[in-house]
Design a protein around this ligand. Structure first.
Ligand code: NI
Length: 278
C-alpha cells in the first residue's frame, strides 16, 4: 500500500468514526427527548383527569365552585339539550302511562301541575316526584293571571305551592302561568321564576300523536322548552315518538332547572324564561 493510499484510508476511517460519533450524538439527544415527550403526554392525561374530578366537587369554596361549574359547562359543551314539559295534570290514566314511558326510556321531564288536580290525585303527584322528574306549579286553578288582582295572583300561586309541598315535602321551584299570560302584577306576585315555552306542540288542538311529533321535531332547537299536556292519550303516544325522534337527532333530555343551570342562567322570581340557548 502506497503512502498516498495509507493516508487516504486513514482519512476514510476518520470520516467513518465521525459519522458514528454523530449517530451517537443524535441518540444522546433523541432518547431524553422521547422520555420527555412521554412524560408530557402522561402529565397532560393526569391534568385532564384532575379537571374531570373537579367537576364532581360541588361546594368547597365559592371560587372553587365557580371553577367546577365552568368545567362542568365545558364538559357538556356541544350537547344538544331540550326540556320536555307537561301541563295541566296530574291525571291518573294518562300521567301514569307517560311516567311508565319516561322510566322505560330513561328520560326526566318537568311537570307543571295544577293544585286542584294534585290535591285530587296526590298519589300520581307523589310518583312524579319519586321518579325524579321536576315537579313545578301551574297555579291552583288555571285562572288567567293577567285578568285578576295582585292578591288573587298570590293566592293562585301560594295555594298550588302548599298543595305540592303537602304531598312531597318540598316547595316547587318553578311556575308556569296558564296561557303564558303575564304582566307586571303577575310578575310581582307569583314568587317564582315564570317558565314559558318555545316549542308549542299544540297537542290540545290536534289530539294527534303524529302531529305532536311533527311539530316538536321540526321546531326543536338546542335549549328549547317543549310544551305538552299529560292529560291526553294522544300526547302520551306523541311524547314517546318525540323522545325517540329527538334522540335520533342528537338531543338529550333534561329538566327545566337543569337546563337553566347547564346554560349558566340563574333563575329569578318574577322573571319569564322561554328557552336556555347555549
Ligand atoms: Ni295549562
Amino acid at each position: 500500500m502506497s503512502l498516498e493510499e495509507q493516508v487516504k484510508n486513514k482519512a476514510v476511517n476518520i470520516e467513518k468514526k465521525d459519522e458514528d460519533r454523530k449517530k451517537h450524538q443524535w441518540l444522546k439527544i433523541g432518547i431524553p427527548f422521547v422520555v420527555l415527550l412521554s412524560f408530557v403526554g402522561w402529565l397532560t392525561g393526569w391534568l385532564r383527569d384532575q379537571a374531570m374530578d373537579a367537576t364532581t366537587i360541588l361546594s368547597i369554596s365559592a371560587p372553587m365552585q365557580k371553577q367546577a361549574e365552568t368545567l362542568y359547562k365545558r364538559n357538556t359543551f356541544g350537547k344538544k339539550l331540550v326540556a320536555l314539559t307537561f301541563d295541566d295534570g296530574p291525571f291518573p290514566a294518562t300521567t301514569n302511562r307517560l311516567l311508565d314511558i319516561l322510566r322505560e326510556k330513561e328520560v326526566r321531564a318537568t311537570f307543571f301541575e295544577l293544585g286542584t288536580m294534585a290535591s285530587r290525585y296526590p298519589d300520581v303527584t307523589k310518583r312524579v316526584y319519586n321518579e325524579k322528574h321536576e315537579l313545578a306549579s301551574h297555579t291552583m286553578s288555571h285562572r288567567q293571571l293577567n285578568k285578576i288582582s295582585a292578591g288573587e295572583v298570590a293566592a293562585e300561586a301560594g295555594q298550588a305551592r302548599d298543595v305540592i309541598r303537602n304531598i312531597t315535602g318540598e316547595d316547587p321551584m318553578l311556575m308556569r302561568p296558564p296561557y303564558g299570560a303575564i304582566n307586571r302584577i303577575v310578575a310581582g306576585n307569583v314568587g317564582a321564576p315564570m317558565i314559558l315555552w318555545t316549542v308549542d306542540t299544540e297537542d290540545w288542538r290536534s289530539k294527534d300523536a303524529g302531529s305532536v311529533l311533527e311539530r316538536a321535531r321540526s321546531a326543536a332547537f338546542d335549549g328549547a322548552i317543549i310544551l305538552m299536556h299529560d292529560i291526553y292519550e294522544s300526547t302520551v303516544d306523541g311524547a314517546a315518538m318525540v323522545i325517540d325522534a329527538l334522540r335520533e337527532d342528537g338531543y338529550e333530555f333534561v329538566t327545566v332547572s337543569e337546563l337553566a343551570k347547564m346554560r349558566g342562567v340563574e333563575l329569578r322570581n318574577g322573571e319569564a324564561y322561554g328557552s336556555f340557548k347555549p
